[in-house]
Write a protein that binds this ligand. Sequence first.
Ligand code: CP
Length: 312
Amino acid sequence: MLNYTSIDDIENINSWIKEAQEIKANPLKNKDLGKNKTLGLLFFNSSLRTRLSTQKAALNLGMDPIVMNVSGDAWGIEFGDGTIMNGNTAEHIKEAAAVVSQYCDIIAVRAFPSLIDKEKDESEQILKSFVEFASVPIVSMESATGHPLQGLTDAITIAEFSTNKKPKVVLSWAPHIKALPHAVANSFTQAMHKMDVDFVIANPKGYNLNKKITKNTPVYHNQEEAFKDADFIYTKNWSSYESYGEVLDVENNWTITKDKIADAKFMHCLPVRRNVVVEDTVLDSDASLVIEQANNRTYAAQLVLKKILENA
Ligand code: CP
């Protein structure tokens, strides 16, 4: 594997899950694989889990991670081709990506969407520019339209906690005070399409995700109906895709409660706003898998880095 920028880069999710479980059982087994190799982590946006778990994964493989908050600390990067750079940007991605490639053996990038310009967001300009102009493999740590490390983590977690051969998995929209990206929901959907699960999506009218990603997944606008007999309820807010980036008025209360989830396990990628997205009674109960998910972020990242190092 050269790059990991999408769930589509996973050829066989079941074998990947098995390999991740082996890594989890013995995280230091390949501690020499990344010796004298450097992982560069470039953040255009905030992070807690991705930042720490990806560094931890690199350390478990013997790599040296180096981290930069690009937006705050680097020169402003220009992505336009042929731009006369007499504005706020001081360095072109052509040089920036090539230069970081001199210091790093793998580059991981986090760059969120604007949620203003759908076409520009969907062009994945930042991630794709790194793929084009870097001379080393690129890993997405969440881009405008996808969060493949999170999607892989969620697949690993569902496999780990499933007691049914073919569990029912619901991706449910929940409220939030801000306009949030579609990346986590997109990658979760793509990961579920690769697994043997009964997968449905619940969201209010006006909040349907990109049909090119959801494909034939059943979409319910009635949360209660969608939750019937669910084994896993994966919750995430996202802004409207149809009215791009908008936060719409919603009928009914979509906050996740203990009564609503019944016997299902609760999942969320974190960070989560308590008592807005989900009530304390769910997060503080045995039904919640959020900490187990966060733990599995390390093994998902470690699996991806291992595959890239083995391919080098
Ligand atoms: N789930 C996730 O990606 O968390 P961070 O934004 O804190 O990295």
